[in-house]
Design a protein around this ligand. Structure first.
Ligand code: SF4
Length: 398
């Protein structure tokens, strides 16, 4: 995750609120030694059941739940285990999480266990009443997917009127003072709508705009992705937006997810203008440490299998029906997990192997694996040129 406003201004809305301690630790660049490697966020797909049929769905969600989905009792046991681990944040997702029976109970249990609760949803089931219940449950954040304006979103999501319902959901959440934001997965279909969706977010007053880069998985094939030139334009626009919202004192943070080279792209631009800020950004990126899949971020799928992230369901670390999650996570013997938890930058090859920023970035490993068939090969979506990856890191920055 690259938080543009945090890098440029040390500011944040949802990310500051979700984990204030971590935000401070990361933002204080003098604490460079103190880089946490504990699990900090768990993305939990509660059900495969969904009321939409999105073109880019990594989970291949469907109209019915998987018959092997975790029982209510198994979910409660798992929440107790997460509490004992001291997990700071859980993101409940699906399918569509509001279609999982007992969903509100699971939120309540997680909150009682002092775990911050974020919900990732298509928003179509969030009425005024639901938003008010989420407020009563003290839900910390709800991210609503909006993948284009009007028909673009509806076509993409496979349901007429889903755009209007998602926008209504954002308004209901705002009216009920639940922190909310837009999740926008950029592809060739919606790239041209990015600006309008960001402006829509500002108009509604959302707390976060979060751009997801496509990770080829499930129905989200690489063929629907944008080009490198378009990706650079996306980043330029988001940087410009971050400057503007700061100048206009708008309380919205701007994030990108699943492309660690975004942070380096921003760094190189700042290096040309402001050496002091560039040093600060570099140290922040170093603290964050690139792709945290399998290290600081994890995933549980609807049937209880544990994975390094929600796009990597073909790597199964174990099942919580057979073993506690904490044991699976801490003592994984999976050779790939062991490798990514060691100093993996030494294993990088291709452009990532040649890159002076490999300790800070390292690329998004799953994308390299999906596209090149080699986990340690270069990230095909890297935004830096061959010349840029050879940029000397000034003395005194580390
Ligand atoms: S070459 Fe790899 S490590 Fe370097 S910036 Fe690009 S993605 Fe990151």
């Amino acid at each position: 995750m690259i938080a543009l406003n945090q890098l440029l201004y040390k500011s944040g809305t949802v990310s500051r609120y979700m984990d204030e301690n971590r935000f401070q630790e990361e933002t204080d660049s003098s604490l460079l030694r103190y880089v946490k490697k504990d699990l900090s966020v768990l993305f939990w797909n509660l059900t495969l059941k969904c009321n939409l049929n999105c073109q880019h769905c990594y989970a291949n969600a469907s109209a019915k739940p998987d018959p092997g989905e975790l029982s209510d009792g198994q979910i409660s046991d798992l929440i107790r285990d997460l509490k004992n681990m001291g997990l700071p944040v859980v993101i409940f997702s699906g399918g569509e999480p509001f279609l999982r029976t007992g969903f509100y109970d699971f939120i309540r249990q997680a909150k009682e266990s002092k775990i911050r609760v974020s919900i990732s949803t298509n928003g179509t089931l969030i009425t005024e009443t639901v938003a008010s219940e989420l407020k009563d449950l003290n839900v910390d954040y709800a991210g609503i997917s909006i993948d284009g304006m009007n028909d673009i979103h509806d076509q993409f999501r496979g349901m007429k009127n889903s755009f209007n319902r998602a926008v209504m959901a954002l308004n209901h959440l705002k009216n009920n003072n639940v922190m909310t934001g837009i999740r926008f997965t950029v592809t060739g279909y919606n790239y041209k709508d990015l600006k309008k969706v960001v402006e829509l977010g500002m108009e509604i007053g959302v707390d976060r705009f979060c751009l997801y880069h496509l990770v080829p998985s499930g129905r989200g094939a690489k063929s629907i992705d944008i080009s490198k030139k378009e990706r650079k334009k996306v980043l330029d626009y988001l940087m410009e937006t971050t400057y503007n919202i700061h100048d206009q004192h708008i309380d919205m943070e701007v994030l990108t997810v699943d492309n660690p080279s975004d942070g380096l792209y921003l760094l190189l631009k700042v290096m040309k203008e402001d050496d002091k800020l560039a040093k600060q950004i570099y140290r922040l990126l170093m603290k964050r440490g690139g792709d945290g899949s399998g290290i600081k971020a994890g995933n549980i799928d609807p049937v209880g299998n544990v994975h390094p992230n929600q796009f990597w369901w073909d790597l199964n670390m174990g099942n919580v029906k057979e073993k506690r999650f904490s044991d699976i996570w801490k003592s994984s013997t999976d050779p790939v997990i062991k490798e990514i938890r060691e100093n993996s930058s030494k294993k990088l090859s291709g452009k990532c192997g040649r890159c002076n920023f490999k300790e800070v970035c390292g690329g998004f490993r799953l994308r390299a694996l999906r596209v090149n068939g080699d986990l340690w090969s270069e990230d095909p979506d890297c935004l830096l040129s061959e010349k840029e990856i050879k940029t000397e890191i000034p003395e005194g920055w580390i």
